[in-house]
Design a protein around this ligand. Structure first.
Ligand code: GSH
Length: 219
């Protein structure tokens, strides 16, 4: 039995899409467990017993918790190899995990510097500077994703939508909150819009009730 602890719009969208793809391809269902991050549900003793980092996502497999997106994605792909979530050839697979790791350990934390600058310094003036600096770095990371996304046909790995597609959606969507106009990345935006049409992504979006467009144009 598989369970996913997730929060709408958070990085847990990445395994959420993977689980929907597995459900569509194999019929194996999962139990979605909503975690309200804004209410601090990720810091309760019960939740910390699942993930001592107090974060989503957590994948629970027959009662055993697995944390960290890269590990969760690797596990799901190995458990359901026929779904084709990650390449099987050794070099291509290593490259795929390298890209996923970079999204998770670099692009994502750069956004966290903008979103939660108080996690990095308790000096309020320094927090404003951290935010300013982070958003420019984040834009550069999105530009690299845009370059990579040009090879997506129609998705990152071809016909099967996967984790990388879901991460690109999440990161471009977060950029809107930070004031990055998705129209300034037209190829990345067109690719991500295509991704939202894939049935596993549409199913996860419907459950999370989130939309790509978070950018507020200046009046
Ligand atoms: N490296 C972690 C990142 C997880 C993460 O940053 N989760 C965020 C949501 S995107 C979270 O739960 N934040 C709530 C908090 O830190 O209180 C992973 O791959 O699981």
């Amino acid at each position: 039995m598989l369970e996913l602890y997730f929060s709408p719009g958070a990085c847990s969208f990445v395994p959420h899409v993977g689980l929907e793809a597995i459900k569509a391809a194999t019929g194996e269902d999962f139990k979605p467990n909503l975690v309200k991050l804004h209410k601090g549900e990720q810091k309760t003793p019960e939740y910390l017993a699942l993930n001592p980092n107090g974060q989503v996502p957590v994948l629970v497999v027959d009662g055993r918790p697995l944390i960290q997106i890269v590990a969760i994605c690797d596990y799901l792909d190995r458990r359901y190899p026929k779904v084709g979530l990650l390449p099987t050839e050794s070099w291509q697979r290593a490259q795929a995990l390298s890209q996923l790791a970079w999204m998770n350990n670099t692009v994502h934390p750069t956004f966290t510097h903008w979103f939660r600058p108080y996690e990095f310094t308790d000096n309020e003036a320094a927090q404003a500077e951290v935010k300013r600096f982070a958003v420019e770095k984040f834009r550069k990371h999105l530009e690299r994703l845009q370059e990579w996304s040009k090879a997506a046909s129609p998705y990152w790995f071809g016909s099967q939508v996967s984790f990388h597609d879901a991460y690109c959606f999440t990161l471009l969507r977060w950029g809107g909150y930070a004031g990055i106009d998705p129209d300034s990345m037209p190829q990345l935006k067109a690719y991500v819009e295509r991704v939202t049409q894939a049935p596993p992504v549409a199913a996860a979006l419907e459950r999370e009730r989130v939309k790509l467009d978070t950018y507020k144009k200046a009046a």
